[in-house]
Design a protein around this ligand. Structure first.
Ligand code: FMN
Length: 153
């Protein structure tokens, strides 16, 4: 069984709903299971033990949410150079009022530092969440789970 850690921060539930859809996509793949966690409750051990990672953040002040940055701040030093982290597949999903590019850029930059491997383009939701966004989030979950399960990433 492979596990995909779906980690997110959310204040008004948009990113949380996206995360739930990503997790639903993961769980639809045979031999894959999603671990859905708020960033504040996520530990180094969670990052080390998962097979793949889906990171979800709202954009705050043109950057990722502080809780996502806090997860990186808490784990980077101990994670750096660990074989469990090297080339770990990841995807990102963003919720924003504008284009979400600031949040995305900041996450992608730090993921390069961890040496995570980006395996799909992100899902970026702007403003109100329509049904298309949930479908795309579910697809994102399927992509990372199926790829990890098949060991193609
Ligand atoms: C403190 C704060 C700062 C924000 N800054 C931005 C921003 O810089 N750019 C943007 O597009 N949206 C910004 N927003 C809007 C949120 O990104 C947007 O409402 C998002 O969908 C919230 O996600 P959530 O429901 O998961 O909390 C900000 C919201 C808050 C509360």
């Amino acid at each position: 069984m492979i596990t995909i850690l779906v980690v997110y921060h959310s204040q008004t539930d948009r990113t949380k709903k996206m995360a739930q859809s990503v997790a639903k996509g993961v769980d639809s793949i045979a031999n894959a299971c999603a671990v859905l966690k708020e960033a504040r409750k996520t530990s180094l051990e969670d990052l080390l033990s998962c097979d793949g990672l889906a990171l979800g953040s709202p954009e705050y002040f043109g950057y990722m949410a502080g809780a996502i940055k806090d997860l990186f701040d808490r784990t980077y030093d101990q994670a750096r150079g660990r074989k469990e982290i090297f080339k770990k597949p990841y995807v990102a999903f963003i919720s924003a009022d504008n284009d979400g590019q600031g949040a995305l850029r900041s996450i992608e930059r730090i993921c390069i530092g961890y040496q995570f491997k980006k395996v799909s383009e992100p899902v970026i939701a702007t403003g109100h969440l329509g049904p298309d966004i949930f479908i795309r989030c579910e697809e994102l979950g399927k992509i990372i789970a199926a790829g990890c399960e098949a060991r193609i990433f």
